[in-house]
Design a protein around this ligand. Structure first.
Ligand SMILES: Nc1nc2c(c(=O)[nH]1)N[C@H]1C(S)=C(S)[C@@H](COP(=O)(O)O)O[C@H]1N2
Ligand SMILES: [Mo]
Length: 389
């Protein structure tokens, strides 16, 4: 583990088993390390089909985590979800090269050792796949500590020429695509505007949770764009290319494109947008019971805008405040917990909603614009559970 703030984490860890610990002026309860207490048991949701299985990682396969088992702020490298569209290429560390090409004053090439010799930056960042959703109980998600070098520094060193408008990031993975009746070989790639690419938060990451970036997560170097959906975080990164036109590959222009009905300057239209920054979202992930007490745990994701509140509603009751894990920082997921008082035996519905400091509220699914594609599922996510007598 290589957390952003090891001292604070240690402090919280030491607090396990005690009911509260003072950090600064406020006191936090022990749920901040959400591992189950000794007498605490998980209550299964009744909305999970018997056929639902969470499998361990298999080479080449998509992996999602069992969100009802989330028990720490950092997702382990083995449990962090996996999505890849053109397989998982093995890139050799010794011969690895990252090239910066196109409309730059100084084209650059870096070996892995040269990247590692640079000044590093570290950041805790969580993200989800743009295709995450209810069918996987939002398991295409993870939160980790990352270390690498600043993308901005490298772009400034190369010197983006004034005509440069768009920056394309290519992976080493190549897939065959049927395009206009022809089979062509294309690399996985995503692009950013120059302005988005120059954000100080962006990283070329070569460490994940204190370990060298694992093969399936993009060894040896991946892009990390905090606040964006996972698709922006190009794995097995080998080339950064500056150009004066928009990049129109499959993962910008055809896949990871949301189609929804929206008002455009007073006119209702079907709008297509490339999946980009994460939407404001919260998910109820598990319910536990400890004696007569019930606890609801979940997580929040968004683009890094500060959060004002997370609330939980039981059945047709009022919205009630949940507590947010203070280990959260700007671009991490935010774990939350709610003490469910007086849970009565029988079936209940549970739902959460998050509000950011601009007053933006996570809406129920049916109050969001009509959406045809399954990308960007961020409406409220009601769950059902049966409390025993
Ligand atoms: N080179 C490459 N990078 C990629 C992908 C890919 O297929 N190839 N998939 C993207 C998508 S869609 C997601 S959601 C994230 C997943 O990152 P992870 O597998 O490390 O969780 O990687 C992104 N980066
Ligand atoms: Mo994705």
């Amino acid at each position: 583990m290589n957390p952003e703030n090891p001292e604070r984490r240690k402090l919280l860890k030491n607090a396990m088993g005690t009911s509260a610990i003072a950090i600064g002026a406020s006191a936090f309860p022990s749920w901040l390390m959400p591992a189950l207490a000794q007498s605490e048991v998980e209550i299964p949701f009744s909305d999970v089909p018997d056929t639902f299985r969470v499998l361990p990682v298999r080479p080449g396969a998509t992996h999602f985590q069992d969100t009802s088992k989330i028990d720490s702020f950092y997702t382990s490298n083995d449990d962090f979800y996996l999505v890849q569209h053109y397989g998982q290429p093995e890139v050799d560390n010794a011969s690895y090269q990252l090239r910066v090409t196109g409309l730059v004053d100084r084209p650059l090439t870096f070996s892995l050792d040269q990247l590692r010799a640079r000044q590093t930056i570290a950041k805790d960042v969580g993200f989800e796949c743009g295709g995450n959703g209810a069918r996987l109980f939002h398991g295409l998600v993870g939160n980790a500590s990352w270390r690498g070098v600043s993308l901005r520094d490298i772009l400034l060193e190369a010197g983006i020429q004034p005509e440069g408008k768009e920056i394309v990031f290519f992976g080493a993975d190549i897939g065959e695509e049927e395009l206009r009746g022809r089979t062509v070989q294309t690399a996985f790639a995503r692009s950013l505007s120059v302005e988005d690419a120059l954000s100080e938060h962006n990283m070329l990451a070569f460490e994940m949770n204190g370990e060298p970036l694992p093969h399936f997560h993009g060894k040896p170097v991946r892009l990390l764009i905090p606040g964006w959906y996972g698709v922006a975080n190009v794995k097995w990164l080998t080339q950064i290319h500056v150009q004066d036109t928009r990049y129109m590959g499959r993962f910008m222009g055809r896949d990871y494109v949301t189609l929804k009905r929206e008002e455009v300057g007073g006119q209702e239209r079907w709008v297509e947008n490339s999946v980009a920054k994460m939407n404001l979202k919260s998910v109820v992930a598990r319910v536990t019971k400890n004696g007569a007490d019930h606890t609801v745990t979940g997580f929040v994701l968004n683009d890094g805008t500060p959060i004002r509140s997370v609330e939980v509603k039981i059945d047709n009751g009022p919205w009630q405040q949940a507590m947010i894990d203070p280990a959260a920082s700007q671009f991490t997921w935010k774990l939350f917990q709610f003490d469910w008082k007086d849970a009565t035996p029988g079936e209940h519905s549970l739902v959460s909603r998050v509000t950011d400091i601009n007053g933006k509220v996570q809406l129920p699914q049916d109050q969001l614009p009509e959406r045809v594609s399954y990308w960007e599922e961020f409406g409220q996510f009601p769950r059902t559970i049966t409390i025993g007598a």
